[in-house]
Design a protein around this ligand. Structure first.
Ligand SMILES: Cc1cc2nc3c(=O)[nH]c(=O)nc-3n(C[C@H](O)[C@H](O)[C@H](O)COP(=O)(O)OP(=O)(O)OC[C@H]3O[C@@H](n4cnc5c(N)ncnc54)[C@H](O)[C@@H]3O)c2cc1C
Ligand code: FES
Length: 494
């Protein structure tokens, strides 16, 4: 489903793919990470190509909630408990650097940014302990955070921590400006070019794409979940999907940006759309491919909004996913087995507006030989604590369980010739092959039901009408095209 940002986005031109062209840097992925890194490198005089599998902003950045904030729910106390105080402070410095850079960049762009206070609030009496712990962590990290009682919410809240002067963005206005500046500096943005793999030795790096090969001295993988299997990042990332809805509401919407610290998560902000102001409501996150009915998550958020803003009228409903690391700090830097020529950034845990930029600043400084900020060195040298290790092991045990459950479900269900019903998708066996059948707008489609990444059985997403992988978060259209995640090959047509 199209997001509000995608529907109102400025046009972003695409450049020609030039087979065998040699660039200083090739970047895979035209989200906030890829385009910010590319533009910083182009400013430093590098010849840069951004290769985008779909369109600019097609995945997380074009479908985000777009809060630009250093106060991030309960992120600081989580990082403090998994990685310690020093790492938490470095994380805050990194996010401040990302915040300052993006605010400076976006402020002159028309309609890109509005300053707002950010609130992490308790929706239950128990939640106030989390609010207090976040306040304490924020103060320890040097933030001007305050304990307050929010007064503009139409439902009870038990207190909040507030950070003043944060901001809300239109992410596609920002991406359009980054792409335009990159092109004005001689860079190219090529849509519809999926990176399939690369050979880092001997130099230069040979990058294979769906449209041919290009050469590069350095490569940056900015594809959300990294598409190369080097470093096994798919085993270290937890893909989490979540929902964002926009509404016309009678009367004034809350001015602040709110995020509940307790379940069910509720995220609020406003957005200008032409003459009117819309209320954005987000939440109901879950593991990718692990919810029986994503459409029911949208229905539930809609019902919740109508309960608290009677007469609200929904204008858009979309979903997106981001990746959580075991220690809640992004992975950024050189990729193993890349001969020091391949870099990556991922794992922003739904806080990519600041984190994508701090990672871009670090990678650009590394590639241009500039001094890398001390916060980046602290984050880069972070050790894996027993808490982070346990979180990673737990996540991988859950993946194993989903492999078993997926195959068991598929093999006991035989697909009929006329399956499934209109608007639905069904996974089952076709003889002894696991197949995925869907019927959308009268068109029946039958594709392999096995993920092309590492072979888990897929599940149907009844909101986005896609096949989603519960193992590492790859997603495919009903016709089998790759939408996102670590997979690079489409599903075979039956
Ligand atoms: C529901 C939701 C709400 C969020 N809200 C906020 C928020 O309020 N504040 C905040 O700070 N963060 C938020 N985030 C997080 C933030 O949106 C993301 O962390 C950020 O947009 C990630 O940017 P990116 O450039 O790394 O990834 P993306 O924007 O996903 O860009 C990756 C690009 O790579 C492309 N690609 C993939 N594979 C290939 C390939 N093989 N070859 C070439 N290209 C490829 C994709 O098509 C995509 O365009 C939210 C995330 C979600 C899911
Ligand atoms: S994403 Fe890894 S098996 Fe599907």
């Amino acid at each position: 489903m199209t997001s509000l940002w995608q529907e109102t986005a400025p046009g972003i031109p695409t450049d020609e793919f030039e087979p065998r062209a040699h660039y200083d840097v090739v970047i895979a992925g035209a989200g906030l990470t890829g385009l910010t890194t590319a533009m910083l490198l182009a400013r430093a005089g590098k010849r840069v190509a951004v290769l985008e599998a779909r369109e600019v902003g097609a995945v997380a950045t074009g479908r985000t909630t777009g809060k630009l904030s250093v106060l991030q729910g309960q992120q600081l106390q989580r990082i403090r408990s998994t990685s310690g105080r020093r790492v938490m402070r470095a994380y805050v410095e990194a996010n401040r650097a990302g915040f300052d850079w993006l605010l400076d960049y976006a402020s002159p762009l028309e309609g890109a940014v509005e300053r707002r206070n950010a609130y992490s609030y308790a929706g239950t009496a128990d939640g106030i302990l989390t609010v207090r712990a976040e306040h304490e962590a924020a103060i320890e990290a040097g933030l001007d955070a305050r304990l307050v009682s929010p007064e503009e919410l139409p439902y009870p809240s038990y207190g909040a921590v507030m950070l003043p002067d944060q901001a809300q963005l239109d992410p596609l206005v920002v991406l359009a400006a980054l792409a335009a500046e990159l092109r004005s500096l001689g860079g190219v943005v090529v849509e519809g070019s999926r990176v399939l793999g690369l050979a880092a030795r001997p130099a230069p790096v040979r990058v294979a794409t769906t449209r041919g090969e290009v050469l590069a001295d350095r490569v940056v993988i900015a594809t959300g979940s990294p598409v190369l299997d080097r470093g096994l990042y798919w085993a270290k990332l937890k893909p989490q999907r979540s929902y964002v809805l926009s509404f016309r509401v009678p009367g004034a919407a809350p001015k602040g940006m709110y995020l509940s610290v307790d379940a069910p998560t509720r995220s609020l902000r406003t957005a200008g759309s032409g003459e009117e102001e819309l209320l954005l409501v987000g939440g109901n996150g879950h593991g990718v491919g692990r919810h029986d009915s994503p459409a029911s998550c949208v229905d539930d958020l809609t019902a919740w909004t109508l309960q608290h803003w009677p007469g609200a009228e929904r204008t858009h409903a979309w979903s997106a996913q981001d990746y959580e690391t075991p220690h809640r700090v992004p992975f950024s830097g050189w990729m193993p087995r890349g001969a020091g020529r391949v870099y990556l950034a991922t794992g922003y845990d739904k806080w990519g507006m600041t984190n994508a930029v701090q990672c871009a600043l670090t990678i650009a400084a590394t590639l241009t030989g500039d001094e890398v900020p001390s916060w980046a060195r602290t984050l880069g040298r972070r050790i894996t604590t027993p808490q982070a290790l346990a979180a990673g092991l737990g996540a991988n045990a859950a993946v194993g369980w989903w492999y078993a459950k997926g195959y068991a479900r598929a093999l006991v269900h035989r697909l009929d010739d006329d399956a499934p019903t209109a608007g639905e998708g069904e996974i089952g066996r076709d003889g002894w092959r696991v197949s995925a059948a869907s019927r959308i707008d009268g068109a029946e489609c039958r594709v392999s039901g096995i993920c092309t990444h590492l072979g888990a059985a897929l599940t149907w997403n009844d909101h986005e009408r896609s096949w989603d992988c519960p193992a590492h978060g790859s997603r495919f259209s009903a016709e089998g095209e790759v939408l996102e995640g670590p997979a690079t090959r489409p599903l075979a047509r039956r």
